[in-house]
Design a binder for this molecule. Structure first.
Ligand code: FAD
Length: 622
């Protein structure tokens, strides 16, 4: 059977890739191990949060599904970081795990141009360094082997490649708890010459809510009038379910330290590297011994279940130790575990082997996305999935690839980091990784990215027109506010009430709004009501205009480096004066621009200057 695109894996990278490719008109096949676990949230039942919510907004504005599915199945939304500047405001949602899965499965099954098959991909079929198909096997008593052919292939197999689940010193092969691993596909990639590494991640126990004493915990309520992620969501009124907070203590610490001889992490059984920013509880107790207590979020798993996820307690300790550990924590003294926590080790493909389009350098028409490239997190996976899907579509249509830049999106930063940095631990997005975060906010994702969604036929023009309309309104309101002077007798009573310095002569409202302590709602009696989207933008312009302008100037400077292209086959060994480390890293990573070369750790400014000279002297710069 011949398709335009085959997507292997129905996780968060896979559903985005399959949906965009079919929505771009490609005849697409999604191959996945289990139809019932499409879009499974393998770890905590939540979406968004710091650095990650920006990714969801961006994927949504490009025409992806994660934001809309989150709005439809979220059961508690909270805007984080509102006391800080808008550059780091981040929306987080608690999700109904089962509904998220079911909703996505329905969307996929209904999608035009998209076929779905529950089969295991065992091999990528390659001819003359071009991917042409996938060999598969059914998981039945008499397995049937099949071959499917396509112009492009996107592999998004998450933690499944040679997956090994650990609970205590016992381990078994599995892609996730209760699911089979992908061993042959891992071998197929290795046989094609890809360099694979090994990483580790872990998850927390899930417990029965009927056995939690909530009176000993602190409830954390969602926002009463929450914001939503997707531009497609209208009349947003989701359920508002609380999370709860409790803490570990000295007893928890002692118990964990006493049982380290049964920890696969501390007995050398797990060799893969885990995420430093999201350590297991045993790691926290060993590495931060002086800290007496660690926070635990008790998160509901959905509306129709009493299952709760204990965020902050990821562990691979034996199940009996997990029970004893929980019983030391206030509110959990009598708790019953429904599913124990576990660790998982898996193979990943070092991401310097893909271009920024996510096509592999080694095999043409083969794209990789998600945890297989060393990232961790649903949002990171979905962001790569949409880019791989769009680029598969563009390849079939014989168009040039779509590459988002660092200065226009978090997605651009994520992918640029993957292709230029050495990935030694699972990569997750943080706002601190983004140098231009003041201009890459979740509130301006539409302005930045919706034009691409429209261009690829993934976002209706009507939505883009709405955005343009808001932009025009903001511009004219700003002009009006800069000209509209208010006199002291009118505004001083308001300023006095909010402990802001009084004015002595007529002053533009815009100037008054620049003050950090003054919000639009305070000026409403004299300046009038504004629609919420316009109000946020006006406030932002008033308070951050200077910083935003400076940021744009910086972007212009950096752009000049991005313009210098480096040929893929360039011989770095022939460049005089390059440091040994730079030669090694550049030859391995093969950056495509001087800008990318500049961001590789170990490549110094002096190396970049020498590289520029060498490229110019060979007249390779254009
Ligand atoms: P997945 O969501 O894993 O999806 C992979 C898909 O590929 C599945 O549908 C599977 O059926 C399919 N598949 C695999 N092999 C084949 C094959 N050969 N043929 C056909 N289909 C195949 N993220 C965090 O941000 N923080 C955490 O603390 C965290 N902890 C985690 C703990 C555990 C135990 C696990 C398993 C994951 C954890 N994650 C965590 C990661 C998060 O679940 C993933 O980053 C995210 O789901 C990755 O998305 P993906 O699409 O790349 O892969």
């Amino acid at each position: 059977m011949k398709f335009d695109c085959i997507v292997v894996g129905g996780g968060h990278a896979g559903y985005e890739a399959a949906l965009v490719s079919s929505r771009m008109g490609l005849n697409t096949l999604l191959l996945t191990l289990n139809l019932d676990t499409i879009a499974q949230l393998s770890c905590n039942p939540s979406m968004g949060g710091l650095g990650k919510s920006q990714l969801i907004f961006e994927v949504d504005r490009l025409g992806g599904e994660i934001g809309y599915a989150t709005d439809l199945t979220g059961i508690g939304f909270k805007m984080l970081n509102t006391k800080k500047g808008p550059a780091v405001w981040s929306l987080r949602a608690q999700i109904d795990r089962k509904r998220y899965r079911e909703n996505m499965r329905k969307t996929i099954m209904k999608q035009k141009n998209l076929s779905v098959k529950q089969e295991e991909a065992t091999e990528i079929i390659v001819e003359r360094r071009k991917a042409i198909g996938v060999r598969t096997r059914t998981h039945s008593q008499n397995p049937v082997e099949m071959e499917y052919f396509a112009k492009t292939i996107v592999v998004t197999t998450g933690t499944f490649l040679n997956g090994l689940v650990h609970i205590g010193l016992h381990h078994h092969s599995a892609g996730r708890m209760g699911e089979l691993p992908s061993e042959e596909l891992s071998n197929s990639l290795r046989n094609l010459g890809f360099e694979l590494g090994r990483l580790k991640t872990g998850t927390s126990p899930r417990v029965d809510g009927k056995t939690i004493d909530f009176s000993q915990t602190t409830p954390q309520l969602p926002d009463p009038n929450p914001a939503n992620f997707s531009y497609r969501t209208k009349d947003f009124n989701p359920p508002k379910v609380a999370c709860y907070i409790t803490h570990t203590n000295q007893k928890t610490q002692e118990l964990i330290l006493k049982n380290l001889d049964r920890s696969p992490l501390y007995q050398g059984v797990i060799t893969g590297i885990g995420p430093r920013y999201c350590p297991s509880i045993e790691d926290k107790c060993v590495k931060f011994k002086e800290k007496e207590s660690h926070q635990v979020f008790i998160e509901p798993d959905g509306l129709d279940t009493d299952e709760y996820y204990l965020n902050g307690l990821a562990t691979s300790l034996p199940a009996d130790v997990q029970v004893d550990m929980l019983h030391t924590i206030p509110g959990l003294e009598d708790v019953e575990i429904i599913r124990p926590g576990y660790g998982i080790e898996y193979d990943f493909v070092f991401p310097h082997q893909v271009y920024s389009s996510l096509e592999t350098k080694r095999v043409k028409n083969l794209f990789l996305a998600g945890q297989i490239l060393g990232t961790s997190g649903y949002e990171e996976a979905s962001a790569q999935g949409i880019i791989a899907g769009i680029n598969a579509g563009l390849r079939v249509k014989k168009h040039s690839p779509f590459i988002l830049k660092r200065n226009e999106s978090y997605i651009g930063v994520l992918i640029d980091d993957l292709v230029t940095q050495e990935i030694l631990e699972p990569y997750r997005m943080f706002t601190s990784r983004v140098e231009h975060r003041l201009i890459l906010r979740q509130d301006n994702a539409s302005e930045r990215l919706m034009k691409y969604g429209v261009k690829f036929g993934l976002v209706g023009k009507i939505y883009y027109e709405e955005i343009e309309n808001i932009k025009t309104k903001v511009k004219s309101k700003l002009k009006e506010l800069k000209g509209h002077r208010v006199t002291p007798d009118v505004v001083n009573p308001i300023l006095e009430k909010h402990k802001s310095a009084l004015i002595t002569q007529p002053t533009p409202i815009f100037q008054i709004l620049k003050r950090p302590e003054i919000k639009w709602e305070m000026l409403e009696p004299i300046a009038g009501l504004l629609e919420p989207e316009i109000c946020t933008q006006i406030e932002l312009h008033a308070k951050y205009d200077g910083y935003i302008k400076r940021e744009h100037e910086l972007v212009k400077k950096v752009k000049s480096l991005e313009g210098y292209k480096i040929p893929l086959e360039f011989d770095y060994l022939k460049v005089n004066g390059l440091s040994y480390e730079a030669r090694e890293k550049l030859s391995k990573i093969r950056p495509l621009t001087i800008g990318q070369a500049n961001r590789i750790s170990g490549v110094r400014s002096a190396d970049v200057t020498r590289l520029l000279v060498a490229l110019k002297s060979r007249a390779l710069i254009h």
